[in-house]
Design a protein around this ligand. Structure first.
Ligand code: MUC
Ligand code: MG
Length: 371
């Protein structure tokens, strides 16, 4: 048996290519949280617990995830059989409530090491690939309409992205809708436009805003109102033709089931960390499938580690009708991997090679590590 010998948690503040303006936070750096699991055969698996905007997005912060892993996860895991990720995740599930991002990082690192040991890509461990490339949307969120249009034009010209997600909810509804309408007009017939309100509207604001957005040609509205308002989401799904997507609402299989039963989403955004890990995220997908909901591959703006892990899962899932937004590494101004992920032809190539198929460059990472 290969034992778990050591677990390291690193937080690295990596600058973004421009300010990223979301309803709940403006990012100029991303706090990347990486977990390295060292095994007795010399293999090292890596996973990611990155979130957005400290505690502004969800209830786990980078610092909290590091503290939780070092204080509570490590004593449960040291010396255990590294070849049994599912058993170890069950152990963590019994001993530790919540902490989904931390759990995801541990599970990813264990699967990465197992894949390296067995010579299998993570997607093979997760059931096998149905696809080798994934369509990738880009988020226009510079905070300026003209700049967003320029950025979208460049992405189209480079054949990088032809689906744009606009982040709204920070300004008043009329200003946000005017911003979206201007961008939708600029790209009409060339790219599609979606919005993400990140829970910032009330029911009344959503009713008003979505009517405007539909008229502007927006095809999908992500989490317009708080995820806790299941009934409000159901009303919006019934009322509007454009697709309504659940994101923050989905904190694992139980929440997906609740949403499916209530008819409170047309589309589920599957996120590995928000779900509590890769296996839990796969179950969110299964529930969506069973309820005839459409699926989408979401991101928490992770580095190539979490992005590759997500890509392996999304390559193995059923139909992803709305594609993915696995662009996290492209938002980072600095490379921290030995080799970058490969983007092109409006897609991300799912990495080949054992495990995650990507390796962190520890020398590059060190420049951004917190002490
Ligand atoms: C979210 O809420 O979907 C995804 C893209 C982006 O810019 O932020 C994330 C989080
Ligand atoms: Mg979202």
């Amino acid at each position: 048996m290969e034992r778990i010998d050591k677990i390291e948690v690193v937080i690295a503040d990596v600058p973004t290519i421009r300010q990223h303006v979301l309803a709940m936070a403006t990012m100029t750096t991303q706090a990347i949280v990486l977990v390295f699991i060292h095994c007795s055969d010399g293999s090292v698996g890596v996973g990611e617990a990155t979130t957005i905007g400290g505690l502004a997005y969800g209830d786990e912060s980078p610092e909290g995830a590091k503290l939780a892993i070092e204080t509570y996860f490590v004593p449960l895991l040291l010396g255990r059989d590294a070849n049994r990720p599912a058993e170890l995740m069950a152990l963590l599930g019994q001993a530790i409530v919540g902490n989904r991002f931390a759990k995801c990082a541990i599970e990813t690192a264990l699967l990465d090491a197992l894949g390296q040991r067995r010579g299998l890509a993570l997607s093979e461990l997760l059931g096998g690939r149905r696809r080798d490339v994934l369509p990738v949307a880009w988020t226009l969120a510079s905070g300026d309409t003209g700049r967003d249009i320029e950025e979208g034009e460049a992405a189209l010209a480079a054949a990088r992205h032809r689906v744009f997600k606009l982040k709204i909810g920070k300004r008043d509804v009329a200003a946000d809708c005017a911003h979206v309408a201007a961008i939708a007009k600029a790209f009409a017939g060339r790219a599609s436009v979606r919005v993400d309100v990140n829970q910032h509207w009330t029911r009344a604001q959503a009713a008003r805003g979505i009517a405007h957005l539909e008229a502007a040609g927006v095809e999908l509205v992500e989490q317009p109102i708080p995820g806790s308002d299941v009934e409000g989401m159901r009303i919006l799904c019934d009322r509007f033709d454009c697709a309504i997507m659940a994101d923050e609402a989905l904190t694992g299989p139980a929440s997906a089931w609740r949403y499916a039963v209530a008819g409170a989403a047309d589309v589920l955004s599957i996120k590995i960390a928000q779900s509590g890990g890769l296996a839990a995220a796969a179950r969110v997908g299964t529930i969506g499938d069973a309820a005839h909901l459409a699926l989408y591959g979401g991101t928490m703006l992770e580095s190539a580690v979490g992005t590759a892990a997500s890509a392996h899962l999304f390559a193995a899932l059923g139909e992803l009708e709305w594609g993915t937004e696995l662009f996290g590494p492209l938002l980072l101004a600095e490379e921290i991997m030995e080799q970058p992920l490969v983007y092109g032809d409006f897609s991300l190539r799912v990495p080949d090679g054992p495990g995650l198929g990507v390796r962190v460059d520890r020398t590059r990472l060190r420049r951004f590590e917190r002490n």
